[in-house]
Design a protein around this ligand. Structure first.
Ligand code: NZQ
Ligand code: ZN
Length: 385
């Protein structure tokens, strides 16, 4: 196991009817701003419930944070925060709203050029202070509710950023708030959680046994509840398990001290930026292809994944790996998500553009061993067609 620091200060408030406790979670005497997305929280009554829980306080609102939140939209919120002297931010929505709110929190007190906050790549954003953030989660997927990351769209790129100051102070996880999700978003959330888990697990053996067993627990839970979650949108326990898996897949726990491979996410961000594909769908398409191309480098962990998650223990090792990849693909397809790039209108000719974008954004040494070149990314994209 590698050395690690594990720090996670986010308070989780989990369960039904917990929204009423908002008033006790947001400090008194704050100038509060609620941030939300394109309107689902208005349509389904969540925003009204939040306003009711915070009745009597001075509240500003900022709506219209789009999926894959854009820098230009978020800067409008930053202006409002500065103008009104807002000092606490409450995100009500999915990953895009939570990520966008984190960016606003980091940018609000920053004196330099705000685009500099997007240029750090693998370094924390250069801020010394950030506004406190709370979240009310309406879509289980990204883990943003309990991590220090955000992904911001700017120009032709989706840019991951992080800061130790970006952890939410608290997150309310009420599974009933997810009942209104369209099936496609539930499927995206299951797949995003699955891929967060395997990108920190299917690498090379590192004697991170607790992390491995926890990752396997998340994957097996997702397989157990996947179709139940979709077929019975108001099955409380299925939603509760999904949301807790999503949070734990990317809150630092399973990745601590273990090698990590973010290839699927990195190439996936380019597909979203160029073709507008949903984040979850890019992952469903790319992960089987990544494993096909990298089966030698990942052999031991793929065999462990095959045995412990899918109970594949018979046959030659290459057959077991093939079967595990096939089972994974079938699982994603069973959620109604196509796993071939061609199903989304991608053609061989467009692959050059994706590889060029990876090079432009400096994504030329991917994977847990940093030896995944643009040429190998090209092979992955061709395999995914
Ligand atoms: O915008 P509204 O109207 O609210 O509608 C949203 C949006 O259209 C809708 N929705 C959310 N909750 C709903 C609902 N509709 C009905 N009922 C509800 N309860 O769902 C749509 C998608 O929302 P979005 O927030 O974009 O989805 P998701 O949570 O999948 O977030 C995706 C974003 O998170 C980033 C992705 O790159 C992408 O930008 N990620 C963030 C990560 C992080 N912070 O750690 C890691 C992830 O790997 C990911 O990259
Ligand atoms: Zn993701």
């Amino acid at each position: 196991m590698e050395n690690f620091d594990y720090y996670n200060p986010t308070r989780i408030v989990f369960g039904k009817d917990r929204l009423d406790e908002l008033d006790t979670l947001v400090p008194e005497e704050t100038r509060l701003m609620i941030l939300y997305g394109g309107g689902s929280v208005k349509k389904f009554g969540t925003l009204d419930r939040v306003r009711q829980a915070l009745k009597g306080r001075q509240i500003h609102e900022f709506g219209g944070i789009e999926p894959n939140p854009r820098f230009s939209t978020l800067m409008k919120a930053v202006d409002l925060v500065r103008r009104e002297g807002v000092d606490f931010l409450l995100a009500v929505g999915g990953g895009s709203v939570m990520d966008g709110t984190k960016f606003v929190a980091l940018a609000a007190g920053f004196c330099g050029k705000e685009t500099d906050l997007l240029s750090g790549r693998f370094k924390p954003v250069p801020v010394k202070t950030a506004l406190p953030v709370g979240t009310v989660v309406t879509l289980p997927a990204t883990g943003s509710e309990m991590n220090n990351r955000a992904v911001i769209s700017h120009g032709d790129a989706k840019i991951p950023i992080f800061s130790p100051l970006a952890f939410p102070r608290f997150s309310i996880l009420d599974p009933t708030l997810t009942y209104t999700l369209p099936p496609a978003q539930v499927a995206n959330g299951i797949i995003d959680t699955f891929i967060h888990t395997v990108e920190q697990y299917v690498t090379y053996p590192s004697e991170a046994r607790f992390q491995d067993r926890t990752a396997e627990g998340i994957l097996k839970t997702l397989v157990e509840i996947g179709s139940r979650t979709l077929d019975h949108p108001e099955d409380y326990d299925a939603r509760a398990n999904l949301i807790w898996c999503a949070t734990n897949a990317l809150n630092g726990l399973i990745g601590a001290g273990a090698p990590q491979d973010w290839t699927t996410h990195t190439i996936g961000h380019e597909l979203t930026a160029m073709f507008g594909m949903d984040h979850g769908k890019t992952l469903a398409v790319l992960q089987p292809a990544v494993w096909t191309v990298r089966r030698e480098q990942k052999k031991e962990k793929l065999l462990q994944y095959a045995a412990r998650v899918w109970h594949i223990t018979q046959g030659e090792s290459s057959e077991r790996i093939d079967l595990a990849i096939e089972k994974t693909r079938t699982f994603f397809e069973s959620l109604g998500v196509s796993t071939r790039l061609s199903d989304y209108g991608m053609t061989k000719e467009k692959i050059d553009d994706v590889v060029a974008a990876l090079e432009k954004h400096g994504m030329t040494q991917l994977s847990e061993t940093r030896d995944l070149t643009p040429e190998i990314s090209r092979r992955i994209l061709e395999t995914a067609l």
